[in-house]
Design a protein around this ligand. Structure first.
Ligand code: COA
Length: 167
């Protein structure tokens, strides 16, 4: 399984993977909207030979803290083709992309997602960091520091890119 950054010709297959994995078009549309807005901070694909079978996207988000906007990162969406799920593809895609984000110098990342999946990769409920989602998501809204102590003294609301408003 090769993990690499998306290239321009991957856009169509990325749309299909999101559509099929989620069973509705909103996440596929979100990726297109983020790309068009130049807001895809990192977009990576998992390939089985020539076939793209998984995708993960990160965009710029912000923590509103005492009137300041602290740059952060939103993970969303991620998807693996149904025939390839539960075979470790999502795990390698997530761990490789988190490593890349760290190399890019990003300090923290947040996700609204499955509590059975993300905690394996270092995510904890975001309220442990005093960071709240604008969505009422409880423990499904999770975060992690990519550099140790990066969220010390930071508290507030996590804001997504405006492209998320349609989701
Ligand atoms: C979530 C998703 C990206 C994970 O990718 P994946 O390739 O299946 O992930 P992996 O195979 O690396 O790991 C999945 C693990 O979760 C487990 N799992 C799968 N569904 C589960 C469920 N409903 N409850 C608990 N555990 C579950 C699998 O058994 C596997 O565990 P194991 O490694 O101990 O066997 C993929 O399932 C997917 O595309 N789902 C549909 C879209 C989606 O929900 N995206 C995420 C939005 S937050």
């Amino acid at each position: 399984m090769e993990i690499r950054k998306e290239s321009p010709e991957d856009a169509g297959v990325i749309r299909q993977i999101n559509q099929v994995a989620f069973g509705h078009p909103e996440e596929a549309q979100l990726v297109d909207d983020l790309r068009e807005a130049g807001a895809l901070l990192l977009s990576m694909v998992a390939c089985d030979g020539e076939q793209v079978v998984g995708h993960i996207a990160y965009s710029r988000g912000w923590i509103e803290c005492e009137g300041e906007r602290i740059p952060s990162v939103a993970l969303a969406p991620m998807a693996v083709l149904p025939d390839y799920q539960s075979k470790g593809v999502g795990s390698i895609l997530l761990s490789t992309s988190l490593y890349t984000l760290r190399e890019m110098g990003e300090a923290h990342v947040f996700v609204l997602g499955h509590t059975w999946f993300y905690p394996r990769f270092g995510f904890v409920p975001a309220d442990q960091f005093q960071i709240a989602s604008v969505y009422q998501a409880g423990d499904h809204f999770m975060g992690q520091e990519l550099s140790s102590g990066a969220l010390e003294g930071v508290e507030g609301h996590f804001m997504y890119h405006p492209a998320f408003e349609g989701v």
